[in-house]
Design a protein. Structure first.
Length: 125
């Protein structure tokens, strides 16, 4: 069998087998590490920016082959479901806690410096 273009000395079959072995071993040994790298700035997924951060980090992990494509597809599907809930989450927060609480949630979704007053409304950009 010909040597795999993705491996220096293994054939196609064995190179694929080795790749799958390493994917499984990584997922079994470090799921908490991968999960921690998928976190958002606010620690939640309430805004479009939170979801964007999560998808950007997911893309980076997939591109660096740290998450197998099949797992990434499942996570992307879940992200699509989350995207559909963002509008209702915004409405629920605004209706129950007021629009200022929604603005605070959006503010927390971005990386930022600490404000002197501690209030997002009093921070200048």
């Amino acid at each position: 069998m010909p040597i795999s273009p993705n491996h220096p000395f293994l054939c196609l079959f064995h190179a694929d087998r080795e790749r799958r072995f390493h994917e499984r071993a990584f997922l079994e040994s470090a799921p908490d590490e991968v999960a921690s790298q998928l976190g958002t700035f606010s620690g939640q997924i309430k805004t479009a920016n939170d979801l964007n951060v999560l998808l950007t980090r997911l893309w980076s992990l997939v591109a660096s082959l740290r998450i197998p494509p099949r797992t990434a597809a499942t996570l992307a599907y879940l992200a699509n479901l989350l995207l559909q809930t963002l509008g209702p989450v915004r409405d629920e927060i605004s209706d129950t806690r007021g629009i200022e609480e929604w603005y605070a949630a959006v503010f927390r979704s971005f990386p930022h410096r600490q404000c002197a007053s501690g209030s997002p409304a009093n921070c200048d950009s």
